[in-house]
Design a protein around this ligand. Structure first.
Ligand code: ZN
Length: 110
């Protein structure tokens, strides 16, 4: 995928949305806000890439933050995720009622 396209790519739209969002957004909310025809899995992949590149793109002034997923049954918080995703099951109570992670791009200086 080229980095020099003249139109706004899906990834750029997601970044702009997460910069302007007042509260962190879930992948479902991102898809609906942008009217995307992509699967949640593809949006998580975009977020993974954004997490790695957003500092460079914005000269170290912005980072992607993730509100970690949480088990709705026992309150377990998935703090140690290596990359953005929605876990399928709680390791503590085995519940599949998982509150999905939410994302926002925040300013870290200036
Ligand atoms: Zn649980």
């Amino acid at each position: 995928m080229g980095e020099c396209s003249t139109y706004q790519t899906t990834r750029e739209k997601i970044m702009e949305l997460l910069i302007n969002a007042e509260t962190p957004l879930t992948v479902e909310e991102i898809i609906s806000a942008l009217g995307l025809r992509t699967t949640p899995k593809e949006v998580y992949e975009h977020l993974e890439h954004i997490a790695k590149s957003v500092r460079r793109i914005y000269n170290n002034t912005r980072i992607l933050v993730m509100v970690p997923p949480e088990c709705r049954s026992c309150g377990y918080v998935f703090k140690d995720l290596e990359k953005p995703k929605k876990p399928s099951k709680c390791p503590k109570c085995r519940s599949e009622k998982i509150k999905p992670p939410a994302f926002k791009i925040v300013r870290i200086q200036g």
